[in-house]
Design a protein around this ligand. Structure first.
Ligand code: GRG
Length: 293
């Protein structure tokens, strides 16, 4: 399997669908739709939607059936980045290789663009068809809990409260599991649900998502201290300046690299029940471990 080509094809598919789902930039009030599109089409890697679609494939489902859910998680992810970049949160000027939403549109519109991206995620998700095993209620519960105050927002709260303070490995894991791994896990679980996965398949996909999600954030922490802003498309070295809770800060760089490898191995092992249908997920896990941005 040629992974690069696979990723580019999926990115295009997701971008086309997002473009269809989002109001046009000229739709009144144009400012908000321009701001939403500015951040959504800023060149994100589309990892969460790609993982969602690959999970549907692994469970023997059609990629097209999972597409609305893949787009919904990308909208939630983008909202979280827009809000995270605000002066009252991480106060960042650079995201996805360009000026952050609030730098271009002002804080008020950036807050509203984030709100609107979160809300439209649920509107887009209504396009999915329920399957024999998973009805829309279950699918909506999955999305809302992942984005809610006990997962994504819990992680962000813990992250804000840990700034400048010494925290231990358990507290750090809590931040990473919620700030990052929860939405990644929901992405693959939603793909599996759209594919009417069996309980055994869903459990394997969940184990994969949790380990991969954690590995992803450990790698993100490592890249923050080893890469340039140019390469990352966001401000490098920010974690150290902001005295952020990160794996390199708590356990050191070498142990962080070993932990990322261990977690990636754990994620890949969880895929054994899928055989060749799990190959794209296997390759994506390896790719994320080796990534440079
Ligand atoms: C504001 C509710 C709220 C949550 C914010 C997303 C987030 C939580 C904080 C942003 C900073 C950060 C380190 C987030 C962890 C997740 C992460 C590594 C995001 C970047 O994801 P990529 O690399 O980004 O997939 P692209 O731009 O490629 O989509």
């Amino acid at each position: 399997m040629e992974l690069k080509r696979y990723i580019v094809a999926r990115q295009k598919e997701v971008d086309r669908a997002l473009d269809r789902f989002l109001p046009k930039a000229s739709t009144p009030p144009a400012t908000i739709h321009k701001a939403m599109r500015y951040s959504l089409f800023a060149g994100g890697k589309r990892l969460r939607p790609i993982l969602c679609l690959a999970a549907a494939e692994a469970c023997g489902g059609k990629v097209s059936a999972a597409l609305p859910l893949a787009c919904a998680v990308e909208c939630i992810h983008t909202y979280s980045l827009v809000h995270d970049d605000l002066p009252s949160m991480d106060n960042d000027d650079l995201r996805r290789g360009r000026a952050t939403c609030h730098k271009v549109f002002g804080d008020g519109i950036a807050i509203l663009a984030g709100d609107a991206l979160l809300t439209i995620a649920f509107e887009i998700a209504t396009q999915v068809k329920s399957t024999k095993r998973y009805d829309l209620r279950e699918i909506f519960r999955e999305i809302s809990t992942a984005a809610g105050s006990q997962k994504l927002i819990a992680g962000q709260v813990a992250d804000l409260e840990a700034e400048g303070r010494r925290i231990n490995r358990v507290q750090l894991r809590f931040i990473h599991e919620n700030k990052t791994a929860a939405l990644l896990t929901a992405s693959v679980r939603l793909g599996a649900m759209a594919a009417n996965s069996s309980a055994k398949q869903l459990a394997a996909i969940t184990a994969f998502g949790r380990a991969l999600g954690l590995a992803f954030q450990v790698i993100d922490d490592i890249l923050d201290v080893t890469q340039t802003s140019e390469k990352l498309g966001k401000s490098a070295g920010k974690d150290v300046t902001a005295k952020k809770a990160t794996y390199p800060a708590v356990i050191g760089l070498d142990k962080s690299r070993a932990e990322a490898r261990r977690l990636t191995g754990q994620a890949r092992n969880a895929l054994s029940i899928f055989g060749t249908r799990g190959q794209p997920l296997q390759a994506l896990a390896n790719y994320l471990l080796e990534r440079e941005y």
